[in-house]
Design a protein around this ligand. Sequence first.
Ligand code: 3PG
Length: 230
Amino acid sequence: MDADVVARLAELVLVPVIEIPDPELATALADALMEGGLPCAEITFRTEEAATAMATIARLRPQMLLGGGTVLSVDQVDRALDAGAKFLVSPGFNPKVVDYALGKGAIIVPGICTPSEIEMARVFGLEIVKFFPAEAAGGAKYIKALTAPYRSIQFVPTGGIDATNLDAYLSIPQVMAVGGSWMAPKKLIQEREFVEIAQRTRAAVELAGRLRPAAAAPRGGDGATVGGAR
Ligand code: 3PG
């Protein structure tokens, strides 16, 4: 477990969840996110191009904190890590995938949405879980209820979160970071609306900075504040 990566995720607060339709758009996308002050992307295996896009970003924009998302198989664990991902995210809790990723020394944030799944995560020694699908499963209110018995668990809620409901999630101290596609939805990437993506990202970073001041001011991807990817 790379404590630096976890610390950076907590510091950045927001994790753009990306569905990339064409790896040729990867560097422009990374640049737009950095322009918006968010040098981080979770590239999901929802498109065939995910691993190529990750490898491109890892090679050409190493200052990005790169994650592999929608990791559903051990094969995708390997492909994400080989492509340079520094953390892995799954929508659900698959013990085989979690065990395999941990065996490789990787950071994996599996999805949970029940107390039983949190306890499965704890069996694997995990303290950080994705809460998915956040809004549909009960939202911030539900997470608050979960924090009562599970005080050491950190949540990364994702699913249906955007600028309109971010405040409810960031008001919960055990919410370590929040994921979402609203900053860089697939349609905008596909249409090469990178100015719009940078603007949305900047707005989200500023909002998160106001809601959680410790998250610090907007920052670029020059490594000055958050350092280079390892
Ligand atoms: C995910 O897998 O993390 C979510 O699908 C992202 O959810 P959103 O598109 O509702 O932000």
